[in-house]
Design a protein around this ligand. Structure first.
Ligand SMILES: Nc1ncnc2c1ncn2[C@@H]1O[C@H](COP(=O)(O)OP(=O)(O)O)[C@@H](O)[C@H]1O
Ligand SMILES: [Mg+2]
Length: 287
């Protein structure tokens, strides 16, 4: 059974008003368990609207969303339970912290799940460790911490519910390169250590190249592509028509290839590029 199945989903904002907007237009999507998946698309393409259906925060105008075979909108109880199993971390989650201490903020979800104090504590410790928040920060007010720390605390709050699917909407938005690299590495670590499925939403092809196994391209409220990073990035012409460009690293390597350098195709990250260039130079020296 697939982890997520979206069948013929239509969602319209402000239906029957002059501002009505079809944000999702007959979407079909299947996600299997495991790995890091990325939803990519231009601003306004419908990414955030789509993911809010996966944990029943939004109710479709038509169509059905299944999580492990269960219709997430079947009843109020099902929708409520689904929110613990599909953890959703909104874009700029640091603005949604509200408790007095870091500990209480991370503990909010597990508390709502009805766990006992010991279980809550274990969940908080583990989630904090996923995002590099050390226990010496637990009694501080989240409002005294840096923006990057606040974002990580908000992420930990969702991870603490131990969801089967963790969804992060634009987790690197607005971060400097260092903060971005840090967040991406925490996400990869989380996937390794928890073994849970992760879905990130991004409009950065570089982010996707660095951490995703599978890519879903959303364009104008529809699924335009779904496949491995390699498959999707090889369709750069179609992507650019959707306002998406393949990573800068890929473009540099493609340019070198065009100029006759014997480098492999399908290079997406700086690390891969460095390896390829190293091998090329080494090979060149041995000739
Ligand atoms: N609350 C809302 N009311 C009306 N229109 C909205 C609302 N939220 C999003 N939209 C519109 O729905 C479309 C999809 O938005 P969204 O899902 O936020 O896209 P993305 O996350 O890809 O940027 C856009 O045209 C956007 O303007
Ligand atoms: Mg969005």
């Amino acid at each position: 059974m697939s982890l997520v199945e979206v069948k013929d989903l239509v969602y319209i904002y402000g239906e029957n008003t002059p501002f009505c907007k079809t944000a999702l237009d007959h979407v079909f999507l299947t996600l299997e368990k495991g790995g890091i998946k990325a939803i990519i698309g231009h601003t306004g393409s419908g990414k955030s609207t789509l993911i809010q259906h996966l944990n029943a925060l939004l109710t479709p105008n038509s169509g059905t969303v299944y999580f492990e075979g269960q219709n997430v909108n079947e009843s109020k109880e099902v929708s409520y339970q689904i929110r613990f199993r599909v953890g959703l971390c909104f874009q700029y989650p640091e603005y949604q912290l509200f408790e007095n201490t870091v500990y209480q903020d991370i503990a909010f979800g597990p508390k709502n799940m009805g766990l006992n104090e010991q279980q809550i504590d274990a969940a908080v410790q583990k989630a904090a460790s996923y995002v590099g928040i050390t226990p010496d920060l637990f009694q501080q007010s989240p409002f005294d911490l840096s923006g990057g720390q606040k974002r990580r605390i908000a992420m930990a709050g969702v991870m603490a519910m131990d969801p089967d699917l963790l969804i992060l909407d634009e987790p690197t938005a607005g971060l400097d390169p260092r903060g971005r690299n840090q967040i991406l590495s925490f996400i990869r670590d989380y996937k390794e250590r928890s073994g849970k499925t992760v879905l990130i939403v991004s409009h950065s092809m570089d982010d996707v190249a660095e951490c995703a196994d599978e890519v879903i391209v959303v364009n104008d409220g529809k699924i335009a592509m779904q496949g491995s990073v390699r498959e999707v990035f090889s369709r750069s012409e179609e992507l650019s028509k959707m306002g998406l460009t393949v990573p800068e690293t890929t473009r540099i390597i493609e340019r070198l290839r065009a100029e006759g350098y014997d480098l492999p195709a399908g290079i997406f990250t700086v690390e891969q590029a460095a390896q390829a260039i190293y091998h090329f130079l080494k090979g060149g020296g041995a000739d």
